[in-house]
Design a protein around this ligand. Structure first.
Ligand code: ADP
Ligand code: ZN
Length: 611
């Protein structure tokens, strides 16, 4: 139906990219030919092109449903920069502006129109759509239909109406949420049973993962930031007070740091967010309230000063780093006091008991991740049901394997205590038995008469908890699905009990040990050899700064964020390619025809200025 290379032509001429990534081309072709699609791709995977290009290939306007009003403006700006006729409709527009967009829609002048779901669902707008040609419907952030997710939006559930009212228009739903339960719900709620599913790996190969114990948060953060001077990043803290405190401290240290949390007034929040988006090198110190829908491509690091709530949350938050595919870092420090705080927060919340149990289990798996000795990427992807053929060579545990001790004997004791108590209890009770505590429950159940009673008195409760978490993470124990925390043996447990399998636990989970300091210095040495995230060499620094300054100046003139003009990845490609003329500049990834015309001369002048 379409010339073989129509999609590729558009990719190159409009967006300036030489080739498709991953499954993009398959999705684009499927949609261009009228098929429905469900696309699961990690953040930064390149979801937008999956509907933008088919919208340009097909007759009519592509309608994009997005829950994030704040983002529409940037997306539309970026498309217009690339020469695409794009607009948005949401409550931020005045009446005249809205009427003008509607006129353009009805006149068939738009390639793409972004709308908020509540707007799309009005009878008036649906009626207008019936009077125009619709190229496709793209439902972005499709996980918003799911109540299990964190971003539930009731209006999303009504989007099934699109299928009924416009059966001939292809639909594409996109999300970066990997969990299978959410995926099923999207299919069901949006009537996408016949849609082809395009599931990508959720790996983020350009992100390096690092987790450590917190001993002096400010000093540790300061050292970490030395490797990220002048770069944009997010620092997550659990409480508002800690956000304010940390932001103020960083500002004193000369870092461009701003606070963001729900306790600040809306105007301040907005102002800080705008600066983060529009200036180079701002560090946002924030609670989890910040980040949903932040599309900034050049966030070079995400730091956690406290434990997040779950692996899903952690993966989503760290996923905000490095959307542009350039090197980025996910760094976290945590303390056992976090566990106490989080447990209290869960216990005191208004949630139903079932929900609290689930939250407790999520916290446990996150701790198991934090204390893991193996490849972190393997564990993270495993949590989303993906088998990663690790080790990755790009996380702290791969770079500097943590010192471990042989915990086979304690593991055997733990497993046999689980077995002797009938596989009916959580770790708390089993630890009491191991440590020989004559609690009321132990006595009532006669567990002080068991052969395992008191066989683990040599370790304290904290150490035992860590042993149990590691056993769970390694699949040597399993918890009940209902979330009561009841532990059972698994098929793999036998090999440990029979002495056929060794269990290793990390030694640095105990504070202040010489081995930990040795490891820290090994990691630090690794950082030094790496220089800055993007590997700008000292002799390139002046040109790099000049390119960024020109970009900022052009962006300011047009009132758009700098990355709408060119991404870091594109500036970096210019720096390395040193194009001498427009032809050579056109060959740089990210320079499409419209941008070449608009900015080519300015950038060439900077690149070729006599030094
Ligand atoms: P997502 O919505 O999946 O998080 P985006 O659509 O925002 O990802 O794309 C992430 C980044 O990758 C953007 O900077 C985009 O311009 C870039 N990108 C997408 N596809 C390609 C490609 N084929 N070649 C080069 N860069 C691409
Ligand atoms: Zn690894």
């Amino acid at each position: 139906m379409f010339p073989m290379n129509a999609a590729l032509d558009l990719l190159q001429s409009v967006f300036g990219y030489p080739s498709f990534r991953g499954q993009q081309q398959a999705v684009v072709e499927h949609l261009a030919e009228g098929g429905d699609a469900l696309v699961l791709m990690p953040t930064g995977g390149g979801k937008s092109l999956c509907y933008q290009i088919p919208a340009l290939m097909r007759q009519g306007t592509g309608i994009v449903v997005s829950p994030l009003i704040a983002l529409m403006q940037d997306q539309v700006d970026a498309l217009r920069e690339a020469g695409v006729a794009a607009a948005f409709l949401n409550s931020s527009l005045g009446a005249d502006e809205q009427r003008e967009v509607e006129r353009q829609l009805l006149a068939g002048e738009l390639n793409l129109l972004y709308v908020a779901p509540e707007r799309l669902l009005t009878p008036r707008f649906l009626g207008q759509l019936e009077r125009t040609e619709v190229a496709l419907f793209a439902i972005d952030e499709a996980h918003c239909v799911s109540q299990w997710g964190h971003d539930f939006r009731p209006e999303y559930r009504e989007l099934a109406i699109l299928h009924q009212r416009f059966p001939a228009v292809p639909r594409i739903a996109l999300t970066a949420t990997a969990d299978p339960r959410t995926r099923e719900e999207i299919v069901e709620r949006l009537s996408l049973q016949d849609a082809r599913q395009f599931v990508s790996s959720f790996d983020r190969p350009n992100i390096g993962y690092r987790v450590g114990l917190r001993h002096n948060a400010k000093r540790q953060l300061g050292e970490f930031l030395q490797g990220h001077a002048g770069e944009s990043g997010i620092v997550y803290c659990l409480s508002r007070r800690k956000v304010d405190d940390t932001a103020a401290w960083l500002a004193e240290m000369g870092v461009e740091a701003l606070p963001y949390h729900a306790g600040l007034d809306a105007a301040t929040r907005m102002k800080n967010q705008q600066r983060f988006l529009r200036e180079d090198g701002v560090v946002m110190v924030a609670t989890v309230a910040f980040g949903m829908g932040i599309d900034k491509p050049d966030v070079r690091f995400v730091a956690h000063l406290d434990l997040p709530r779950s692996i899903e949350g952690y993966y989503q938050e760290t996923g905000r780093a490095g959307r542009d595919g350039l090197p980025a870092e996910a760094w976290m420090i945590y303390g056992l006091s976090d566990v106490v705080t989080m447990s209290q927060m869960i216990a005191q919340s208004e949630s139903a008991d079932e929900r609290k149990r689930v939250e407790r289990q999520k916290l446990e798996s996150l701790l198991a991740y934090a204390e893991a000795t193996g490849c972190r990427r393997e564990l993270l992807l495993g949590a989303f049901g993906e088998t990663y053929p690790g080790p990755c060579g790009h996380c702290d545990n791969c770079i500097a394997p943590p010192p471990t001790w042989d915990a086979t004997v304690p593991a055997q004791k733990a497993l046999s205590a689980v077995y002797r108590t009938g596989q009916r209890f959580g770790s708390g009770h089993v630890i009491d038995v191991l440590r020989g505590e004559e609690t009321e429950r132990v006595l009532a159940l006669d567990h002080h008469r068991l052969s395992t009673f008191g066989i683990g008195a040599e370790m304290d409760e904290k150490q035992w908890r860590s042993v149990f978490r590691q056993l769970l993470a390694a699949g040597l124990l399993e918890a009940d699905a209902e979330g009561y925390g009841t532990l059972r043996l698994t098929a793999a447990s036998r090999s440990v009990l029979s002495g056929g399998r060794q269990v290793k636990l990390r030694e640095d989970a105990r504070p202040e040990r010489a081995s930990r300091r040795r490891r820290d210095s090994k990691l630090a040495a690794n950082d030094k050899s790496r220089g800055s995230s993007l590997g700008i060499e000292s002799w390139e620094q002046d040109l790099w700064d000049a390119l960024r300054a020109l970009r900022t100046q052009l962006a300011k003139q047009q009132g758009v964020p700098p990355y709408v003009v060119f991404h870091d990845a594109t500036l970096l490609a210019m720096l390395r390619a040193m194009p001498a003329n427009e032809d050579e500049l056109a060959g740089v990834s990210g320079v499409g025809e419209a941008k070449l015309r608009r900015y080519g001369r300015d950038f060439l002048a900077v690149i070729n200025a006599p030094a």
